[in-house]
Design a protein around this ligand. Structure first.
Ligand code: AMP
Length: 292
């Protein structure tokens, strides 16, 4: 397994692999790898001859520097996990390699970035889309794999690839969960035992909504009320958003659901009372399928 730090070296390798007729699958990550990331490696492996994984904690997508400082880093363990998973190349550039201080160019996607995670975090998706563009230009992959865990990110990337005519296939990997339902996330290490327990309300709320839809509920208002009620059961959980949206355009769902609809959640798990500690922001989602 090669570890590459520089864009030019990666581009040269991409050209070589392509000239030899080999296909490249890229899995972009911010490191602190877990089984969710490794499931994306598997998705790439099934489709391409070479699997490349990037590790880059992208400063331009964090609106709060404290959030970036609290982001976990486990580089040596990540390399071991990649080796064990059969990754061929780990691309781990420094911040200077990806961002020239003199750079004036950003990639921005319009309406689809405005709701959900974009509403509370201005500039977040500009950072995400700019770095994904740079990674696609650096690795020249045939396939790039992203998780449905970050559903809006996936929708925005698909939109950008379509709008700019990128010659890459975007593949989505399903959300990988712990046995009790908690979606795997690099941020879960920042949850203490009690916060970890309360964090289960996210998937419990999704389960409750799914059960209600299976039982015939189609009213948006009733479903969102149910979700808020479920999350309200955890005293340390505070909703940033809980919304029903079209899975492709991310437009607000109609009052009566008639087709597949995204239920997207972002919840803060706060330290108890006024205690100092890390507030952890978790996201989760599910596509609901109302009965015809
Ligand atoms: P991150 O390192 O958190 O930026 O995530 C890198 C990629 O892994 C993104 O495409 C995420 O959507 C994906 N990912 C993160 N958590 C999970 C999970 N639990 N299941 C599947 N994919 C995930």
């Amino acid at each position: 397994m090669r570890v590459i730090r520089h864009v030019a070296e990666l581009q040269q390798l991409a050209d070589r692999e392509r000239s030899l007729g080999r296909s490249i699958g890229l899995v972009p990550t911010m490191g602190a790898l877990h089984a969710g990331h490794l499931s994306l490696v598997e998705q790439a492996r099934r489709r391409t001859d070479r699997v490349w994984l990037s590790i880059f904690v992208n400063p331009s997508q964090f609106d709060d520097p404290k959030d970036m400082d609290a982001y976990p880093s486990t580089f040596e363990a990540d390399l071991r996990a990649c080796r064990a998973a059969g990754v061929d190349v780990v691309f781990a550039p420094g911040a200077d390699e990806m961002y020239d201080p003199d750079s004036q160019t950003w990639v921005d996607v319009d309406e689809i970035t405005l709701p959900l995670c974009g509403a509370a975090r201005p500039g977040h998706f500009r950072g995400v889309i700019t770095i994904v563009t740079k990674l696609l230009l650096a690795a020249k992959p045939h396939v790039a794999v992203f998780g449905e865990k970050d559903f809006q990110q996936l929708a925005v990337i698909r939109r950008m690839v379509r709008d700019l005519g990128f010659d890459v296939e975007i593949v989505a990997g399903p959300i990988v969960r712990e046995a009790d339902g908690l979606a795997l996330s690099s941020r879960n290490v920042n949850l203490d035992a009690e916060a970890r327990r309360q964090a289960l309300v996210l998937c419990q709320a999704l389960d409750a909504a799914e059960r209600a839809v299976a039982a015939g509920e189609t009213r948006s208002k009733a479903l969102l009320q149910l979700v808020r009620q479920e999350i309200g059961k955890a005293p340390r959980a505070e909703i940033e958003y809980a919304e029903l949206r079209d899975p492709e355009s991310l437009e607000v769902a109609p009052p009566e659901l008639a087709r597949a609809t995204l239920l997207a959640l972002a919840v803060f798990i706060r330290p108890p009372g006024a205690a100092a500690g890390t507030t952890v922001r978790l996201i989760d989602n599910r596509v609901l399928h109302p009965q015809p």
